[in-house]
Write a new protein. Structure first.
Length: 303
Protein backbone atom coordinates (compact mmCIF):
# COMPACT_ATOMS: atom_id res chain seq x y z
CA UNK A 1 0.00 0.00 0.00
CA UNK A 2 1.45 3.41 -0.93
CA UNK A 3 1.73 6.38 1.47
CA UNK A 4 -1.44 8.17 0.34
CA UNK A 5 -3.54 5.02 0.50
CA UNK A 6 -2.19 4.29 4.02
CA UNK A 7 -2.94 7.84 5.10
CA UNK A 8 -6.52 7.67 3.76
CA UNK A 9 -7.12 4.33 5.47
CA UNK A 10 -5.98 5.73 8.82
CA UNK A 11 -7.93 8.98 8.42
CA UNK A 12 -11.10 7.05 7.59
CA UNK A 13 -10.81 5.11 10.84
CA UNK A 14 -9.88 8.15 12.96
CA UNK A 15 -12.73 10.22 11.52
CA UNK A 16 -15.38 7.46 11.39
CA UNK A 17 -15.75 8.10 7.65
CA UNK A 18 -16.77 6.12 4.60
CA UNK A 19 -15.79 6.97 1.02
CA UNK A 20 -18.30 6.78 -1.84
CA UNK A 21 -17.11 7.38 -5.41
CA UNK A 22 -18.73 7.69 -8.82
CA UNK A 23 -17.35 5.79 -11.82
CA UNK A 24 -16.23 9.06 -13.44
CA UNK A 25 -13.67 10.10 -10.81
CA UNK A 26 -10.02 9.27 -11.55
CA UNK A 27 -9.02 5.59 -11.25
CA UNK A 28 -6.77 6.12 -8.22
CA UNK A 29 -9.71 7.65 -6.32
CA UNK A 30 -12.06 4.80 -7.30
CA UNK A 31 -9.34 2.43 -6.03
CA UNK A 32 -9.40 3.82 -2.45
CA UNK A 33 -13.21 4.13 -2.19
CA UNK A 34 -15.35 1.82 -0.06
CA UNK A 35 -18.22 1.93 -2.57
CA UNK A 36 -18.07 2.80 -6.28
CA UNK A 37 -21.14 2.98 -8.49
CA UNK A 38 -23.65 4.92 -10.55
CA UNK A 39 -25.80 7.71 -9.09
CA UNK A 40 -28.63 5.42 -8.06
CA UNK A 41 -26.44 2.86 -6.32
CA UNK A 42 -24.55 5.57 -4.46
CA UNK A 43 -27.76 7.27 -3.30
CA UNK A 44 -28.99 3.94 -1.98
CA UNK A 45 -25.69 3.10 -0.29
CA UNK A 46 -25.73 6.52 1.38
CA UNK A 47 -28.89 5.50 3.25
CA UNK A 48 -27.26 2.34 4.62
CA UNK A 49 -23.74 3.19 5.76
CA UNK A 50 -23.04 3.27 9.48
CA UNK A 51 -20.22 5.78 9.65
CA UNK A 52 -21.00 9.26 10.93
CA UNK A 53 -19.26 11.00 8.04
CA UNK A 54 -19.58 10.38 4.28
CA UNK A 55 -16.88 11.63 1.91
CA UNK A 56 -18.54 11.78 -1.50
CA UNK A 57 -16.08 11.62 -4.39
CA UNK A 58 -18.21 13.08 -7.13
CA UNK A 59 -19.86 16.34 -8.10
CA UNK A 60 -21.88 18.56 -5.77
CA UNK A 61 -25.39 17.27 -6.57
CA UNK A 62 -24.27 13.78 -5.52
CA UNK A 63 -23.06 15.06 -2.15
CA UNK A 64 -26.28 17.03 -1.77
CA UNK A 65 -28.35 13.91 -2.40
CA UNK A 66 -26.37 12.00 0.24
CA UNK A 67 -26.98 14.87 2.68
CA UNK A 68 -30.71 15.02 1.88
CA UNK A 69 -30.97 11.31 2.61
CA UNK A 70 -28.88 11.66 5.80
CA UNK A 71 -29.65 15.04 7.30
CA UNK A 72 -27.93 14.12 10.58
CA UNK A 73 -24.70 12.93 9.03
CA UNK A 74 -21.75 14.98 7.93
CA UNK A 75 -21.28 14.84 4.14
CA UNK A 76 -17.99 16.09 2.73
CA UNK A 77 -16.93 16.86 -0.83
CA UNK A 78 -13.22 16.67 -1.73
CA UNK A 79 -13.69 19.71 -3.97
CA UNK A 80 -16.57 22.08 -3.31
CA UNK A 81 -16.10 23.59 -6.79
CA UNK A 82 -16.71 20.28 -8.57
CA UNK A 83 -20.19 20.96 -9.86
CA UNK A 84 -22.28 19.55 -12.70
CA UNK A 85 -23.41 22.46 -14.93
CA UNK A 86 -26.55 20.57 -15.96
CA UNK A 87 -27.68 20.48 -12.32
CA UNK A 88 -28.70 24.15 -12.63
CA UNK A 89 -30.20 24.05 -16.14
CA UNK A 90 -33.86 24.49 -15.26
CA UNK A 91 -35.82 27.39 -13.79
CA UNK A 92 -38.04 27.14 -10.72
CA UNK A 93 -40.41 29.80 -12.19
CA UNK A 94 -40.83 27.70 -15.34
CA UNK A 95 -41.67 24.63 -13.25
CA UNK A 96 -44.42 26.54 -11.50
CA UNK A 97 -45.68 27.91 -14.85
CA UNK A 98 -45.86 24.35 -16.25
CA UNK A 99 -47.78 23.27 -13.14
CA UNK A 100 -50.34 26.02 -13.79
CA UNK A 101 -50.67 25.04 -17.44
CA UNK A 102 -50.93 21.27 -16.76
CA UNK A 103 -52.62 20.83 -13.37
CA UNK A 104 -52.05 17.04 -13.34
CA UNK A 105 -48.40 17.18 -14.37
CA UNK A 106 -45.70 15.18 -12.57
CA UNK A 107 -42.44 17.11 -12.39
CA UNK A 108 -39.79 14.42 -12.83
CA UNK A 109 -36.34 15.55 -11.82
CA UNK A 110 -33.17 13.80 -12.93
CA UNK A 111 -30.89 13.54 -9.87
CA UNK A 112 -28.33 15.62 -11.76
CA UNK A 113 -30.02 18.69 -10.30
CA UNK A 114 -29.42 21.06 -7.39
CA UNK A 115 -31.48 20.85 -4.20
CA UNK A 116 -33.55 23.89 -5.27
CA UNK A 117 -34.81 22.10 -8.39
CA UNK A 118 -35.48 18.91 -6.44
CA UNK A 119 -37.54 20.92 -3.94
CA UNK A 120 -39.88 21.97 -6.79
CA UNK A 121 -40.27 18.41 -8.12
CA UNK A 122 -42.54 15.44 -7.47
CA UNK A 123 -40.10 12.61 -7.94
CA UNK A 124 -36.42 12.14 -8.76
CA UNK A 125 -35.01 9.60 -11.18
CA UNK A 126 -31.60 8.45 -12.36
CA UNK A 127 -30.75 7.07 -15.78
CA UNK A 128 -31.03 3.55 -14.36
CA UNK A 129 -34.61 3.86 -13.11
CA UNK A 130 -36.23 6.75 -15.06
CA UNK A 131 -38.17 4.54 -17.46
CA UNK A 132 -39.56 2.29 -14.72
CA UNK A 133 -40.53 5.16 -12.44
CA UNK A 134 -42.16 7.34 -15.11
CA UNK A 135 -44.06 4.33 -16.50
CA UNK A 136 -45.57 3.66 -13.10
CA UNK A 137 -46.57 7.23 -12.32
CA UNK A 138 -50.35 7.74 -12.57
CA UNK A 139 -49.83 11.08 -14.37
CA UNK A 140 -49.97 11.31 -18.16
CA UNK A 141 -48.30 14.74 -18.36
CA UNK A 142 -44.62 14.59 -17.46
CA UNK A 143 -42.37 17.64 -17.17
CA UNK A 144 -38.86 16.20 -17.34
CA UNK A 145 -36.03 18.36 -15.95
CA UNK A 146 -33.23 19.27 -16.40
CA UNK A 147 -31.86 16.92 -19.11
CA UNK A 148 -33.63 17.13 -22.46
CA UNK A 149 -31.78 14.11 -23.87
CA UNK A 150 -32.60 11.66 -21.11
CA UNK A 151 -36.16 13.05 -21.20
CA UNK A 152 -36.47 12.42 -24.95
CA UNK A 153 -34.98 8.95 -24.65
CA UNK A 154 -37.49 7.96 -21.96
CA UNK A 155 -40.35 9.62 -23.89
CA UNK A 156 -39.50 7.44 -26.90
CA UNK A 157 -39.98 4.36 -24.72
CA UNK A 158 -43.23 5.56 -23.15
CA UNK A 159 -45.50 6.72 -26.00
CA UNK A 160 -48.52 6.57 -23.69
CA UNK A 161 -47.20 9.60 -21.78
CA UNK A 162 -47.18 13.25 -22.82
CA UNK A 163 -43.78 14.84 -22.16
CA UNK A 164 -42.87 18.48 -21.77
CA UNK A 165 -39.12 18.95 -22.16
CA UNK A 166 -36.58 21.34 -20.71
CA UNK A 167 -33.46 22.34 -22.62
CA UNK A 168 -30.75 21.20 -20.14
CA UNK A 169 -27.88 19.06 -21.38
CA UNK A 170 -24.55 17.53 -20.42
CA UNK A 171 -21.75 19.08 -22.44
CA UNK A 172 -19.57 15.96 -22.07
CA UNK A 173 -22.16 13.61 -23.60
CA UNK A 174 -23.65 15.94 -26.21
CA UNK A 175 -20.21 16.63 -27.66
CA UNK A 176 -19.98 13.01 -28.79
CA UNK A 177 -21.16 13.07 -32.42
CA UNK A 178 -22.80 10.47 -34.63
CA UNK A 179 -19.88 10.87 -37.08
CA UNK A 180 -17.41 9.94 -34.35
CA UNK A 181 -19.47 6.88 -33.48
CA UNK A 182 -19.64 5.84 -37.16
CA UNK A 183 -15.86 6.28 -37.50
CA UNK A 184 -15.27 4.17 -34.37
CA UNK A 185 -17.66 1.59 -35.75
CA UNK A 186 -15.76 1.49 -39.07
CA UNK A 187 -12.52 0.87 -37.15
CA UNK A 188 -14.13 -1.81 -34.91
CA UNK A 189 -17.01 -3.30 -36.92
CA UNK A 190 -17.76 -6.09 -34.42
CA UNK A 191 -17.88 -3.79 -31.40
CA UNK A 192 -21.32 -3.01 -29.98
CA UNK A 193 -21.92 0.66 -29.17
CA UNK A 194 -22.82 1.29 -25.51
CA UNK A 195 -24.19 4.78 -24.81
CA UNK A 196 -25.38 6.80 -21.85
CA UNK A 197 -28.85 8.34 -22.44
CA UNK A 198 -27.41 11.83 -21.85
CA UNK A 199 -25.94 11.51 -25.37
CA UNK A 200 -27.75 13.24 -28.23
CA UNK A 201 -30.54 11.41 -30.07
CA UNK A 202 -28.43 10.57 -33.13
CA UNK A 203 -25.76 8.87 -31.03
CA UNK A 204 -28.41 7.02 -29.03
CA UNK A 205 -30.01 5.82 -32.28
CA UNK A 206 -26.68 4.20 -33.25
CA UNK A 207 -26.28 2.40 -29.92
CA UNK A 208 -26.75 -1.31 -29.32
CA UNK A 209 -27.29 -0.63 -25.64
CA UNK A 210 -28.39 2.54 -23.82
CA UNK A 211 -28.14 2.78 -20.06
CA UNK A 212 -26.55 4.20 -16.93
CA UNK A 213 -22.85 3.84 -16.18
CA UNK A 214 -23.59 0.73 -14.11
CA UNK A 215 -25.80 -0.60 -16.94
CA UNK A 216 -22.98 -0.14 -19.46
CA UNK A 217 -20.47 -1.92 -17.19
CA UNK A 218 -22.93 -4.74 -16.60
CA UNK A 219 -23.72 -5.12 -20.31
CA UNK A 220 -20.02 -5.34 -21.21
CA UNK A 221 -19.44 -8.03 -18.59
CA UNK A 222 -22.36 -10.16 -19.84
CA UNK A 223 -21.71 -9.69 -23.57
CA UNK A 224 -19.75 -12.20 -25.61
CA UNK A 225 -18.26 -9.43 -27.76
CA UNK A 226 -14.53 -8.81 -27.41
CA UNK A 227 -14.50 -5.10 -28.27
CA UNK A 228 -16.84 -2.24 -27.34
CA UNK A 229 -17.34 1.39 -28.30
CA UNK A 230 -18.17 3.41 -25.19
CA UNK A 231 -20.18 6.65 -25.35
CA UNK A 232 -19.87 8.00 -21.84
CA UNK A 233 -17.24 9.57 -19.60
CA UNK A 234 -13.94 7.67 -19.74
CA UNK A 235 -13.79 7.14 -15.95
CA UNK A 236 -15.84 3.97 -16.55
CA UNK A 237 -12.87 2.44 -18.39
CA UNK A 238 -11.19 1.69 -15.06
CA UNK A 239 -13.96 -0.66 -13.91
CA UNK A 240 -14.59 -2.00 -17.44
CA UNK A 241 -10.95 -3.00 -17.81
CA UNK A 242 -10.72 -4.34 -14.26
CA UNK A 243 -13.73 -6.61 -14.71
CA UNK A 244 -12.90 -7.63 -18.29
CA UNK A 245 -9.11 -7.73 -18.70
CA UNK A 246 -9.39 -9.74 -21.92
CA UNK A 247 -11.86 -7.33 -23.60
CA UNK A 248 -11.04 -4.03 -25.33
CA UNK A 249 -12.86 -0.73 -24.88
CA UNK A 250 -12.70 2.29 -27.17
CA UNK A 251 -14.13 5.76 -26.59
CA UNK A 252 -16.09 7.21 -29.53
CA UNK A 253 -14.09 10.43 -29.19
CA UNK A 254 -11.02 11.61 -27.30
CA UNK A 255 -12.99 14.31 -25.43
CA UNK A 256 -15.29 12.24 -23.21
CA UNK A 257 -13.91 13.74 -20.03
CA UNK A 258 -15.93 15.49 -17.31
CA UNK A 259 -13.65 18.24 -16.01
CA UNK A 260 -15.54 18.48 -12.74
CA UNK A 261 -15.28 14.79 -11.90
CA UNK A 262 -11.56 15.00 -12.61
CA UNK A 263 -11.12 17.63 -9.88
CA UNK A 264 -11.38 14.82 -7.34
CA UNK A 265 -7.79 13.80 -6.55
CA UNK A 266 -6.18 11.74 -3.77
CA UNK A 267 -4.67 14.92 -2.31
CA UNK A 268 -8.14 16.47 -2.15
CA UNK A 269 -9.49 13.35 -0.47
CA UNK A 270 -6.76 13.54 2.19
CA UNK A 271 -7.34 17.25 2.70
CA UNK A 272 -11.09 16.80 3.09
CA UNK A 273 -10.66 14.02 5.66
CA UNK A 274 -8.05 16.03 7.57
CA UNK A 275 -9.86 19.38 7.64
CA UNK A 276 -13.55 18.42 7.37
CA UNK A 277 -13.87 20.65 4.32
CA UNK A 278 -15.92 21.07 2.21
CA UNK A 279 -19.04 20.12 4.15
CA UNK A 280 -22.38 20.08 2.31
CA UNK A 281 -24.69 22.50 4.14
CA UNK A 282 -28.28 23.08 3.11
CA UNK A 283 -31.09 25.15 4.54
CA UNK A 284 -33.43 23.08 6.80
CA UNK A 285 -36.62 24.00 4.93
CA UNK A 286 -35.02 23.33 1.56
CA UNK A 287 -33.82 19.95 2.83
CA UNK A 288 -37.30 18.95 3.90
CA UNK A 289 -38.77 19.78 0.49
CA UNK A 290 -35.93 18.34 -1.58
CA UNK A 291 -35.79 15.13 0.45
CA UNK A 292 -39.34 14.03 -0.46
CA UNK A 293 -38.85 13.43 -4.24
CA UNK A 294 -35.56 11.68 -3.61
CA UNK A 295 -37.13 9.39 -1.03
CA UNK A 296 -39.99 8.70 -3.43
CA UNK A 297 -37.45 7.63 -6.06
CA UNK A 298 -35.92 5.09 -3.68
CA UNK A 299 -39.35 3.73 -2.82
CA UNK A 300 -40.55 3.46 -6.44
CA UNK A 301 -37.26 2.09 -7.79
CA UNK A 302 -37.15 -0.59 -5.10
CA UNK A 303 -40.64 -1.93 -5.88
P1 LIG B 1 -25.11 7.58 -13.87
O1 LIG B 1 -26.30 7.75 -12.99
O2 LIG B 1 -25.37 6.73 -15.06
O3 LIG B 1 -23.94 7.10 -13.06
O4 LIG B 1 -24.71 8.99 -14.51
C1 LIG B 1 -24.35 10.09 -13.77
C2 LIG B 1 -23.86 11.18 -14.63
O5 LIG B 1 -23.45 12.21 -14.17
C3 LIG B 1 -23.88 10.97 -16.05
O6 LIG B 1 -23.25 12.02 -16.69
FE1 LIG C 1 -22.65 16.50 -15.15
FE2 LIG C 1 -22.09 15.59 -17.57
FE3 LIG C 1 -20.19 15.59 -15.70
FE4 LIG C 1 -22.27 13.87 -15.56
S1 LIG C 1 -20.64 13.94 -17.11
S2 LIG C 1 -21.43 15.11 -13.88
S3 LIG C 1 -23.92 15.16 -16.38
S4 LIG C 1 -21.19 17.40 -16.61
Amino acid sequence: MDDKTERIKKLKQDKNSVILAHYYVPAEVQAIADYVGDSYYLAEVATKVEQQSILFCGVRFMGESAKLLNPHKRVLLPDGEADCPMAHMAAEERIEAVRREYPDVAVVCYVNSDAGLKAHSDVCVTSSNAEKIVRELPNRDIYFIPDEHLGRYIAGRLPEKHFIFNDGFCHVHTEITAEQVKRAKAAHPDAPVLAHPECGGLVVSLADYVGSTAGIIDYAARSEAEEFIICTETGVFYRLQQENPEKRFFPASDAQVCPNMKKITLDRVIQALETGETEVRLDEKLMERAHAPLRRMLELAGK
